[in-house]
Write a protein that binds this ligand. Structure first.
Ligand SMILES: O=C(O)CCC(=O)C(=O)O
Length: 304
């Protein structure tokens, strides 16, 4: 059961992070809605993340939805059932460490609310998703993340950490550059293409001729704004496409995500967050302890 605990941090504490992007790179992000940073995560860190993926998948953390598996099962057999583990940082200290990765948080502290003139670089994390996406598994149809996680200032941002090289063949990210600019949320509908995409709805009503694949090497991080239209296709290769994607926003924005019965949307503010840069202006509310639980998205690999 979630409970609210008082945190020790006071509103005046400040988390310092390295800020290495140029003004030009930041303004290109504001224009395009995404930024690719190669080699941001070191080889040993990627190995640590892959090892922790196995630990989670083998049920080695106490967590009801990821029960221990028979020790003689191969890694491939264990991973073969998993499209995505939602909120792995709720149960794994290693995943939580990567939510706070200093270099990643340094870039977030320049990018998340770069469109706001007086932003001080403060950032908080509210979500992690660990995609395994084995061969034959489906992708996610066009969508905008702010449909699911609303901020009050359009500052939602994904940090998509490639654990494997991501290519068109194994189902890399695709984006429509500039599609975030107006702050318009496109309508959604069922996509009717279960061979290509998982069960989530697709956004529609836009021109996708300018869509581009974002092929990256392992260790790269793709940062993308929560209004940017993006998708991924089915994994048509014989390797995994593992990605840890963490979501963050400006720490000064309330987070009316999963508004509870009786809550008013204007004051709702989910506090199962991790402050990662700058200050937490709402520290006086405390931080809500998350459940020791993840949500497992198992999507049957499509045939063929
Ligand atoms: O990596 C993918 O396949 C999709 C990721 C995605 O849609 C997201 O992080 O919002």
């Amino acid at each position: 059961m979630a409970s609210t605990i008082q945190i020790e941090r006071s509103a005046t504490d400040w988390i310092d992070v390295p800020r290495t992007l140029s003004k030009e790179q930041v303004s290109a992000f504001v224009d395009n809605g995404f930024h690719v940073q190669p080699d941001l995560v070191a080889r040993e860190e990627i190995d640590e993340l892959k090892a922790d993926t196995m630990k989670l998948a083998r049920g080695e953390y106490p967590c009801a939805s990821l029960q221990p598996v028979a020790p003689d099962l191969s890694d491939a057999d264990v991973l073969a059932r998993i499209l995505c583990i939602h909120q792995p940082h709720f149960v794994s200290p290693v995943m939580q460490q990567y939510v706070r990765h200093a270099k990643i948080c340094g870039l977030l502290s320049q990018l998340a609310a770069a469109h706001l003139p007086h932003w001080d670089g403060s950032v908080k994390c509210m979500q992690s998703m660990l995609f395994v996406k084995p061969p034959g598994f489906q992708g996610q149809a066009w969508h905008q993340d702010e449909i699911y996680i609303p901020t009050r200032d359009r500052s939602l941002i994904g940090a998509w950490i490639a654990l494997d090289d991501a290519t068109v063949k194994n189902g890399c990210l695709w984006v429509i550059p500039g599609s975030h600019r107006n702050g318009y949320l496109y309508p959604q509908r069922p996509h009717g293409n279960p061979d290509e995409f998982d069960a989530s709805n697709e956004s529609f009503g836009f021109d996708e001729t300018d869509a581009i694949p974002v092929e990256v090497k392992s260790g790269a991080v793709v940062f993308f704004n929560g209004y940017l239209l993006h998708r991924s296709l089915k994994n048509r290769s014989n390797i995994y496409r593992r990605v840890l994607v963490n979501h963050y926003c400006n720490a000064w924005s309330l987070l009316p995500w999963g508004v509870r019965p009786g809550e008013h949307v204007a004051s709702a503010d989910r506090r199962t967050i991790v402050p990662v840069a700058g200050t937490d202006p709402y520290a006086w509310k405390g931080i809500e302890a998350p459940p020791s639980e993840v949500y497992l998205r198992q999507c049957k690999a499509a045939q063929g």
